[in-house]
Design a protein around this ligand. Structure first.
Ligand code: BGC
Length: 712
């Protein structure tokens, strides 16, 4: 038996295999063409020239369907690689399994609104297991880009603007996926800062901000053992990420000790020519490899040029070997050498009753009630209900962006779910708003208007310059609301939208994102109060497009406005500056009263811990869930710091009248940050710990960090 097939530690197996490889075989491992198939690619597979392949519909795959996976084609390709190539190295097959595979869960931004890492882990476990059963060994998820730019369509794919929330959900996603397949933390790094929210645009950001905000989620994913990291399309201060040796080789690989694969984004290495930093494809390949991008997705420039670059001494062999080692290590870690073929089972891939139940739970948990004059929850005894708007009988459109394998036909639409519940007490108007919608609104006890964005208006390459609702929707809503009957607005979408007018005219508003396979039933659960709405916004909703950026981590500035009053006030002459809906915001069908935070000690030594607790009482008539959010404000630091930084959160389930206590145990490391010299530091002195129900919270307790050994 070849040494690399023996049960040795992975790095020994990698070294043994590498020692046998020719230069062309090594380069082959770094080549990832799209959509390989056993016919046209037979020779390249047999020659060991295709190390990996991704199945995608093209460069903008997020909203373009392909023909679906062919497990048979994957198996045939793998047989050629394993049985016919000289060394029998298996191919690594990747696919974008972003928020579900056959069973589709809410878009990641919606998942983040559930503030529930355990839920994210469970559903990524399901997604990974469904994908594995169709021959996929590796997904390009989770996306952990931090962004405060709702114009950027890709905010739909991420977990929102807070590094703490996003980082914890990233870890959960990595753990869930990697029970079955490899995961990828993407896009490294700064992609969410695309100028003007225009996808792929240039990024200007300093390394301190990168470290304090944008790198943190990647570090969390690396700490969770993510097997790969994808480079991002943007440049940072003039250096495209696919050529960014400082951040990829020095920070990610050396400083953090990441020993997995750095994969290019689609043609990202070849596009160094488009960036205008590489003279030609060969130069692009050289820069990509030197920067530390190990695997060339889709551009083919490594395959075409790495051999000659090594031959001419322009790329040192040890750097090439390091890249090959990483790819082989990942294949060993995934068990591909021992078990290379897709495992077909007789079980249906999905959705099954169990995965549907999880999809429904996730969709319910993602929905955020942002306004309610008391009309909600609706009674299922309601005399008559009119359902209207462009999403009434939609399945496919409620799955969201980046759904390659979920099917619209599997989605019970809102019409189906509401008909199940109300029978002939339901009327509806399809598609566009019409005069008929006005007649039916007038005739019904209540109208539910389903508004918002189609998935093709969010996701990759789908930025908008105006955060308002799509054309015509607001006018129609206003017309219906003008008829004197209650209208509940449900807003689907992949981003924070400008909801100012919707909030003004509607009786109640629910932000429902794109909820996935169980869209209709989950919406009915929430609207009819069979389940409590408990989602909380993971991204600030600005007052208008002109208010972007506005996020929870806005920093302290000169000419500071009184923090204890309202740090946002007075920045514009023509509008209030506060967000329309703050980060963390969300209502419930009951009401809660928050007590201020109490700390277990007023001083805490470096390396010690402090307990902060806050009491919450359910002051309403219904049982409900409340999210207690804990924020940090550091009044004096070496660099400007966020006015509020989310540290932790806790759910409390409370019966009417019941009081519960959220208890947070915080180590002093949670108060740290990267200082002027870009090193991590925790300062002596005062910090303020703030608890409440969203980022307008102000009830604070002060704790002093003191030298270890100081008296308490
Ligand atoms: C996207 C990535 C995606 C890749 C492969 C790119 O266009 O930016 O997020 O994983 O395509 O489909």
């Amino acid at each position: 038996m070849k040494k690399w097939m023996r049960a040795l530690p992975i790095d020994e197996r990698v070294d043994a295999l590498l020692a046998e490889m020719t230069l062309p075989e090594k380069v082959g491992q770094l080549n990832q063409p799209a959509n390989v198939s056993p016919g046209p690619d037979r020779d390249a597979l047999a020659a060991g020239r295709i190390g990996s392949s991704l199945y995608a519909s093209g460069a903008l795959g997020g909203n373009v369907r392909d023909e679906g996976l062919s497990i048979r084609a994957i198996e045939q390709c793998q047989r050629i690689a394993v049985e016919e190539s000289r060394l029998g190295i298996p191919v690594l097959f990747g696919r974008d399994v972003i928020h579900g595979h056959r069973t589709v869960f809410p878009i990641p931004l919606g998942l983040a609104a559930a503030w529930d890492a355990e839920l994210v882990e469970r559903l990524c476990d399901v997604a990974g297991s469904e994908a594995l059963r169709e021959g996929v060994a590796w997904t390009f998820a989770p996306m952990v880009d931090i962004s405060e730019e709702p114009r950027w369509g890709r905010v739909a794919e991420g977990f929102g603007e807070s590094p703490a929330l996003s980082g914890r959900l990233a870890m959960a996603a990595v753990t869930g996926f990697q029970r079955h397949i490899g995961a990828t933390a993407k896009h490294f790094v700064g992609y969410g800062l695309a100028a003007g929210g225009r996808d792929y645009e240039s990024v200007q950001v300093g390394e301190n901000t990168l470290r304090n905000l944008h790198l943190r989620t990647f570090k969390a994913a690396v700490d969770a053992g993510v097997l790969s990291v994808m480079a991002s399309f943007n440049d940072i201060d003039g250096t495209p990420m696919h050529a960014n040796r400082r951040l990829i080789r020095e920070v990610l690989k050396q400083e953090w000790g990441f020993d997995g694969v750095v994969v290019a984004d689609w043609s990202g290495i070849g596009q160094l020519v488009d960036h205008g930093v590489a003279a030609d494809a060969r130069d692009a390949a050289r820069q990509g490899l030197l920067a530390g991008v190990d695997l060339d997705m889709a551009s083919g420039v490594y395959l075409a040029h790495l051999e000659s670059l090594v031959g001419d001494g322009e790329v040192p062999l040890d750097l090439l070997d390091d890249a090959v080692r990483r790819v082989l290590r990942m294949k060993f870690r995934l068990g591909l050498f021992d078990d290379p073929y897709p495992r077909t089972t007789a079980d249906p891939i999905g959705p099954t009753a169990a995965t549907r139940a999880l999809a429904r739970e996730a969709a319910v948990a993602s929905m955020v009630l942002v306004a309610n004059d008391g009309i909600l929850p609706l009674s299922d005894q309601v005399e008559s209900l009119h359902l209207t708007g462009p999403f009434v009988d939609e399945g496919e459109a409620l799955l969201g962006t980046w759904v390659l394998d979920g099917r619209g036909a599997d989605v019970p639409s809102p019409l189906v779910a509401f008909t199940d519940l109300l029978g002939d007490r339901l009327t509806h108007t399809d598609g566009r708003f019409s005069d008929l919608a006005a007649h039916r609104t007038r005739a019904a006890a209540v109208t539910v208007a389903l508004l918002g964005e189609h998935p093709s208006r969010s996701g990759e390459a789908n930025s908008v310059a105006d955060l308002g609702l799509p054309a015509g929707q607001l006018e129609a809503l206003k017309q219906l609301c003008g008829l004197g009957k209650p209208v509940v607005a449900v807003v689907f979408g992949g981003r924070p939208l400008d909801l100012a007018e919707v909030l003004r005219v509607a009786s109640a508003v629910i932000v429902a994102w794109h909820p996935g396979t169980e869209a209709g039933p989950a919406l009915a659960d929430v609207l009819f109060g069979r389940r409590e709405p408990s989602g909380r916004l993971p991204m600030t909703f600005p007052r208008s497009t002109g208010h972007v950026p506005s996020s929870v981590h806005a920093r302290a500035t000169s000419r500071v406005l009184d923090f204890t009053r309202d740090a946002w006030d007075g920045r514009y002459l023509d509008a209030l500056t506060q967000p329309q809906l703050p980060f963390g915001y969300g209502l419930s069908y009951t009401t809660f009263r928050h007590g201020g935070p109490v700390a277990s000690a007023s001083e805490v030594p470096f390396g010690g811990q402090v307990e902060v607790s806050a009491q919450v009482t359910n002051t309403g008539q219904r049982a409900g869930r409340e999210l207690v959010q804990l924020y940090l404000h550091d009044p004096v630091a070496e660099v400007t710091r966020p006015k509020l930084e989310l540290l932790d959160w806790q759910w409390l389930d409370l019966a009417p009248g019941e009081t519960g206590t959220a208890v947070f145990t915080i180590g002093t490391d949670a108060f740290g940050y990267f200082g002027r010299d870009l090193t991590w530091r925790v300062d002596q002195g005062l910090v303020r710990l703030i608890t409440g129900r969203d980022a307008t919270a102000s009830a604070a307790v002060e704790v002093r960090i003191v030298a270890a050994g100081a008296d308490e």
